[in-house]
Write a new protein. Structure first.
Length: 95
């Protein structure tokens, strides 16, 4: 049987997941990762509470590293370069 290729359109953010992980690991206590994602309200809350005394920042960092794909404020997925290449080879994407 021939393989059927489905036309699936997904939206990818121009932001990079590697940058998101780096910001979260180094400056997560200041909420910089939330500002990068476009979540200004959560970024301010994170800044005022110093990342929930570091706990919120630590959880965010772990989730970005091992969790699913995070999204930006527009609902587009934030992916790394390797995942983006995989998507480009298999699917139609909107960047």
């Amino acid at each position: 049987m021939a393989e059927e290729r489905k036309d699936i359109t997904i939206s990818i953010s121009p932001k990079n997941k590697g940058v998101l992980i780096l910001l979260s690991s180094l400056l997560g206590i200041l909420g910089v990762d939330r500002f990068y994602r476009g979540q200004v309200g959560l970024g301010i809350l994170n800044l005022l509470t110093f990342g929930g005394c570091g706990i919120w920042a630590l959880i965010d960092s772990i989730l970005y590293m091992v969790g699913g794909l995070p999204s930006d404020s527009a609902g587009k997925w934030i992916v790394d370069r390797k995942t983006l290449e995989l998507f480009r080879s298999e699917l139609k994407i909107n960047v």
